[in-house]
Ligand binder design. Structure first.
Ligand code: FES
Ligand code: FE2
Length: 429
């Protein structure tokens, strides 16, 4: 439970807010690389309550511009794409992706452009995503290098969708193992017949224990969150551990061990959700595996479009949303064919999360033993806000973390501590 003041502190992401300042101390993934093609039209981007334009020049270099033109604020969404730079249509000032001013045709002095610099932000491209840093230049942190960033594109599959609510409530669902066997009951049942999919095999046994015991442990980057389930099935009786890593400020490594999720605040009540699936052995991003994987998880472009969670369809009256109870199929629920009345895993998560309101009230929630990941999430994020307010570095920044050793993982724990599933513990044994 959080009082209204603490909740506001936790959730508001604009530049004048404490959490907004904390979030601006990190590199954040903004778009998938594939969303921005060389010399294509400028793409509007909303990030941390501010408006930007993403663009890639003809040489393929990506850039992120403040939406307002440096000169007199006309929108750079309207700008002309001219190969080496974006040219504002109002007076023709032209800016390269690194902010260099290439031309100011309405100014006679040819030296004028050398004295000014366009409003662009540091951008990196890694792991199939474009990342941006919006914070103070002198505080730019080291770029976090994850092992899956080194894989070929064919071995990495990415998707992005958008949800109409605050980012914190979206992350909550990722450190809440106990909803899986309930909300996603139907999906988990199907895993038994899709055993050829890595993903299905790893999550299947969750349906056999609805009340896992949960443990949390703080780390320099955030926390580990472990769900322990006593499972009794054809393979015998055992205790399975599923360990997720919350990496501040908005990343969760799924216990499957090969999924990273990023929950990036676009504004206070709009969130961009990126999934990264990878496999060293299999070319996940090639057909037919790509489509089969996306179909099983429910992340095909068709599904995202039908459920109104793309940027083009978000909030459309003809799409599922709070205004029409997410077009829930009550007949299917009554007949026993569907627990949730929603078509798939992603739709279930989106509906459950967004239905709590655009920025949910935490002053009247009743947390239980099943919510220790959620309360630890509040604590971790608020500690980032506290740190920044006190002039200190927030979680994960400047601590020399070896990101190759931070993982989500799972396995049989029988008699051991779940920590032994983690790489550093294995090395210490
Ligand atoms: S407002 Fe953009 S060039 Fe004048
Ligand atoms: Fe879920």
């Amino acid at each position: 439970m959080l009082n209204t003041q603490a909740n506001e502190r936790l959730c508001r992401v604009g530049p004048g807010r404490t959490m907004g300042r904390a979030l601006r101390r990190y590199w954040l993934p903004v778009l998938l690389s594939a969303e921005v093609e060389a010399d294509a039209d400028p793409k509007g981007v909303e990030l941390l309550g501010e408006r930007f334009v993403a663009w890639r020049d003809a040489a393929g270099r990506p850039g992120l511009y403040a939406e307002a033109c440096l000169h007199r604020g006309a929108s750079m969404r309207l700008a002309r794409a001219e190969g080496d730079g974006l040219r504002c249509i109002y007076h023709g000032w032209k800016f390269a992706v690194d902010g260099a001013v290439l031309e100011t045709p309405n100014v006679a002095d040819p030296k004028f452009k050398e004295r000014i610099k366009g409003r662009t932000f540091p951008v990196r491209e890694a792991g199939g995503m474009l990342w941006a840093y919006l914070g103070p230049r002198e505080r730019e942190p080291e770029f976090p290098h994850w092992p899956w960033m080194d894989l070929p594109d064919a071995n990495r599959l990415l998707t992005r969708h958008v949800e109409e609510c605050n980012f914190v409530q979206v992350i909550e669902g990722l450190v809440d193992s106990s909803h899986l066997g309930l909300l996603h009951m139907n999906g988990l049942r199907q895993t038994d017949s899709a055993a050829d999919l890595e993903f299905a095999r790893k999550v299947s046994s969750m349906q056999r224990n609805l009340a896992p015991s949960l443990e949390v442990e703080d780390t320099p980057f955030g926390f580990y969150y472990a769900a322990l389930r006593q499972v009794d099935d054809a393979q015998g009786t055992r205790t399975e551990g599923r360990v997720a890593a919350f990496v501040a400020p908005c990343m969760v490594l799924n216990p499957n061990g090969d999924i990273a999720t990023f929950v990036v605040p676009m504004g206070d009540t709009r969130t961009s959700f990126i999934h990264v699936f990878w496999s060293e052995a299999r070319e996940l991003n090639r057909e037919p595996l790509r489509s089969r994987h996306l179909e099983f998880i429910g992340l095909t472009p068709e599904v995202l479009d039908a459920f109104g969670i793309t940027e083009e369809t978000l909030g459309r009256a003809d799409r599922p949303g709070p205004r029409n109870n997410f077009q829930q199929d009550r007949a299917a629920m009554r007949s026993g064919n569907s627990w949730s009345g929603l078509p798939g895993l992603i739709e279930e998560d989106v509906a459950a999360t967004v239905s709590a309101g655009p920025l949910r009230d935490r002053s009247n929630e009743v947390l239980s033993a099943s919510d220790i990941g959620v309360s630890r999430l509040y604590r971790a994020l608020l500690s980032c806000a506290d740190a920044v307010e006190q002039g200190l570095a927030p979680l994960g920044i400047g601590r020399g973390i070896d990101w190759s050793r931070v993982v989500g993982t799972h396995g049989v724990v029988d008699g051991r501590h779940w920590r032994e599933l983690l790489p550093q513990e294995q090395e210490a044994l």
